[in-house]
Design a protein. Structure first.
Lengths: 495, 287
């Protein structure tokens, strides 16, 4: 294990500065402030440059982690950024929202004895640094191009991945990208590199999918998302907002009337699931996407300056244990509610990113684990006033390996509330399936697509992201968008 | 941007506005709606297509100034533009096959129901239109409706047009007179639709009602527009807005409809330029 730098033997990650929990629970400002240059170098030096690079295999898009970390350790931040960019087109976003503990950091060698290298924070650092130093970042890219021209293979592979023209074969080909979440943005970015003429159709008035309407400002600043979108615009991608495909145009019309040679469907899994218990129609009860859309997309936390209102009570229960539940809980907290998360399994089973659960606890959010709501109680005016819950215990592991929770008889109790948010998962909106003859979907409306190419049962139509695999992660959506771009390129060169 | 081509007051509260939106004009059908945002700080509000002209590339909306956004909308002029105008949303009303229909409009609902009455008339259905208003000065689209109905009955709450009463009284009378409707379509306040459905229920007449819950995205994502229909929650923006009038939980819908009332009055006061601390702090002011 040869490193060009002296390894930092510290067992814990270099701490990252964060807004004070009490302060930040009142604002929507970003919680984690990011590493300084010194902190980044110190953290990068914790990497021992494992020859077998387990971390890389833990990353769904194969970021060459030791390569970029090495550059950070040496203080070559611009080059570090170029390397990250070679595999990941949205590093500022992934550095912030990837579930690193189950991906790259989960398999990092340093994690076997202490904490893993803070790969996500370093990834975030390089992209924030590049944003603050655009000229140096551009020079690093040019440098790679020159090294590549001089025959350096490593430089070539990085340069091609990050910026390089893979081939201009696709000039004149037109591709419609439906939806504008991470799957779509990645697919569009990859295809525009290849010279395609790309139009992205988004149903809402703002581009970005969940990055824009779902994940809150305090975790992922919206300016940063719009910055990535603007970069795609500069490269020639056109965006049509307010365009709900299946209503304004259907996919056949895009291909036949509007002359698109291929279509990528990245419409996500936005349809909310309910608990299916009594009282879900009461006032004060909403699904998480209503709360989050009002706050993130419509900026209701600035009502009445922004005209969309958002109701927040004083005593809120959020039902669920994923990222969506954590975001809803922390949002309700910031709107002034006292918040309790009710989740039917245990802490270990919570699918949320570990950091979000930790942040939520720091902000004073309470957890009732192994607890399941059975009915929501209403007052005479039809407002939610309580939620009856039952304690759960975990049984034997089921087929998926997760231990199945079962209710403990006679353990019912009531939590007083005036607000309840359901974060019980989401499904695929059936609109595209219903309006696209020849498109094979599963009984749950998931689009059936080839894992390698994204090709669907309908010629010329490709799909990826949550619309295909169900609610998952940003990086998996991006990986699917990238593979589909390659699949589309292949289809268009054959066709 | 979506340029406004014409603005015309229909009465003291209601405005007709013609907006340039060629792609939507090609596609939108009776019963469907759009969602608009005036500007960056604006909220998304749903408004129904009142007329569309695919050749001219325009969509007409008719709206009543009831709160902050619609009041602000009413102040815009031809030559101004809307930032966002998304549609067509929702499903076209299922009108095929009706031979004898009664279209009922309550207040502003008259403007929403007009394209359906017109479509039915143009497709060989005999259409009665019953409308109801608070007083005669608020009567909407009388000439337009005359041109597309076999019979127009206009009721007023105060009798100022000489015909005092509720739309349901007129409907009951028509049924008693032997009008053999195979479709009743009601658009208006929830309470009106509830009583229309109660009137037709004993006769088993197919009754469609157009639900108007709070909407945010209008694409089936936020769950805000859920309406209980039979045993299930449906989303008015993607499954509606029309539902089987005999299955809708009207009381639930009315309760949900007022959930944001304290915010709405705060926003209205802000829009009117008055001091507006009350209600804007997120405190629940009760229903
Ligand atoms: C609140 C929340 C928090 C999350 N936190 C994390 C996290 O911390 N880390 C992580 O990795 N993942 C997280 N996820 C999951 C992650 O955001 C998604 O897996 C990812 O965004 C999926 O990307 P996508 O491109 O498939 O679709 P989406 O991001 O869902 O985007 C789909 C877009 O398509 C549009 N659309 C839908 N139908 C149509 C149509 N017919 N016509 C036109 N446009 C249409 C939608 O409006 C939307 O903008 C979170 C999700 C949520 C909801
Ligand atoms: C499918 C549909 C079609 C509609 N078509 C028309 C139409 O053609 N003409 C018309 O005048 N009105 C129509 N409405 C009602 C219209 O959307 C509301 O009057 C408008 O949103 C009020 O906004 P505001 O800010 O002016 O008033 P506010 O003071 O905010 O609200 C007044 C009342 O309007 C309703 N409302 C408020 N916000 C919303 C919202 N986001 N979504 C739905 N309703 C809301 C509530 O009942 C509220 O109590 C329709 C509603 C729906 C759901
Ligand atoms: S993209 Fe995500 S998984 Fe891959 S290295 Fe970056 S943070 Fe880790
Ligand atoms: S596994 Fe950890 S220590 Fe090893 S190379 Fe990857 S980041 Fe460095
Ligand atoms: S308005 Fe959001 S689901 Fe209908
Ligand atoms: Mg309003």
């Amino acid at each position: 294990m040869a490193t060009s730098y002296e390894v930092n033997r510290q067992k814990e990650k270099t701490p990252i500065s964060e807004l004070d929990p009490a302060e930040r629970a009142k604002t929507f400002d970003e919680v984690a402030l990011g590493y300084t240059e010194e902190e980044a170098v110190a953290e990068a030096r914790r990497c021992i440059q494992c020859p077998n690079t387990p971390c890389v295999s833990g990353c769904p898009v194969g970021v060459p982690i030791p390569r970029f970390v090495e550059q950070v350790a040496e203080g070559n931040f611009a080059r570090a950024y170029a390397i990250v960019k070679s595999a990941n087109s949205l590093p500022a976003i992934c550095g912030r929202v990837c579930p690193q503990e189950t991906q790259c950091e989960g398999v990092c060698t340093r994690g076997r004895n202490g904490e893993p290298v803070a790969i996500g924070r370093l990834e975030r650092f390089t992209s924030d640094w590049a944003f603050a130093h655009p000229d140096e970042a551009a020079a690093a890219m040019d440098g790679l191009r020159e090294e590549c021209a001089a025959g350096d293979e490593l430089a070539c592979s990085i340069w091609r991945g990050a910026e390089g023209a893979v081939s201009q074969d696709l000039a004149g080909k037109r591709v419609a990208v439906v939806g504008s979440g991470p799957a779509s943005l990645t697919c569009a970015g990859e295809l525009v590199k290849r010279g395609c003429d790309i139009t992205v159709f988004e149903a809402l008035h703002k581009v970005g999918g969940v990055l824009t309407y779902g994940i809150p400002e305090f975790r992922l600043p919206k300016d940063l998302v719009q910055r990535e979108v603007a970069k795609l615009g500069d490269k020639g991608v056109s965006f049509e907002v307010n365009a709900l495909v299946g209503k304004l145009y259907d996919i056949d019309e895009l291909m036949e009337d509007r002359g698109f040679d291929a279509v990528f469907v990245g419409t996500g899994a936005g349809l909310p699931s309910y608990l299916g218990i009594e009282g879900e129609g009461l006032n004060g009860v909403s699904v998480a996407s209503e709360l989050l859309t009002r706050v993130n997309l419509m900026k209701a936390y600035q009502f009445p300056e922004y005209e969309t209102p958002v109701y927040a009570g004083k005593k809120c229960v959020v039902v669920g244990g994923g990222n969506v539940a954590m975001d809803a809980a922390r949002t309700a907290k910031r709107l002034g509610a006292d918040v309790t998360v009710v989740y039917r399994r245990g802490r270990e089973e919570m699918p949320a990113r570990a950091e979000e659960v930790h942040h939520a606890e720091q902000e004073g959010i309470k957890f009732q684990l192994l607890t399941n709501p059975v009915r929501i109680l209403g007052d005479d005016n039809g407002w939610a006033c309580g939620v009856e819950c039952v304690r759960m215990e975990l049984g034997e592991p089921d087929a998926s390996g997760r231990r199945r929770p079962t209710a403990v008889e006679g353990s019912e109790f009531v939590i007083d509330i005036d607000m309840l948010v359901v974060a019980a998962g989401s499904k695929t909106n059936p609109l595209i399936a219903k309006t696209t003859p020849g498109l094979e979907v599963t009984p749950r409306s998931l689009i059936v697509a080839d894992e390698r190419t994204g090709a669907t049962s309908k010629p010329g139509v490709f799909a990826g992201g949550d619309a295909v695999i169900g609610a998952a992660t940003v990086i998996l959506a991006m990986g699917a968008g990238k593979r589909a771009a390659a699949g589309i390129a292949e289809y268009l060169t054959q066709g | 941007m979506y340029p406004i081509e014409r603005v015309e007051p229909l009465n003291a509260e209601v405005t007709r506005m013609v907006v340039r939106a060629p792609e939507i004009a090609r596609k939108i059908r009776p019963g469907q709606f759009i969602m608009l945002r005036i500007d960056e700080r604006g909220e998304r509000i749903p408004l129904t297509m009142n007329e569309c002209d695919p050749e001219a590339g325009t969509v007409t909306i008719v709206f009543q100034a009831v709160g902050a956004t619609t009041m602000r909308l009413a102040q815009l002029k031809a030559g101004d533009a809307l930032l966002d105008f998304a549609g067509p949303l929702g499903n076209p009303t299922e009108l095929e096959g009706a031979r004898r229909a009664c279209v009922i409009g309550g207040g502003l609902g008259t403007a929403i129901a007009y394209p359906q009455a017109k479509w039915l008339h143009e497709h060989g259905c005999e259409v009665d239109v019953i409308t109801g208003f608070r007083n005669k000065d608020l009567i909407l689209l009388e000439d337009e409706i005359n041109a597309c109905s076999a019979r127009q009955i206009i009721m007023t709450d105060d009798g100022s047009n000489g015909n005092k009463g509720l739309v349901t009284q007129a409907l009951q009378q028509r049924i008693d007179e032997g009008a053999d409707y195979d479709l009743v379509l009601a658009v208006g306040p929830v309470i009106m639709m509830k009583f229309v459905a109660a009137t037709t229920r004993p006769y088993g007449i197919k009754t469609l009602v157009s639900m108007n819950p709070l909407m945010i995205d209008g694409t089936g994502m936020c769950g805000g527009c859920r309406v209980k229909v039979g045993d299930e929650y449906l989303h008015a923006c993607v499954d509606g807005p029309d539902f089987d009038g005999h299955l809708v939980d009207y009381d639930g819908a009315m309760r949900r409809g007022v959930m944001y009332r304290s915010f709405e009055s705060a926003a209205r006061e802000a829009a009117e330029g008055r001091d507006c601390n009350g209600g804007a702090d997120g405190e629940r002011k009760g229903a």
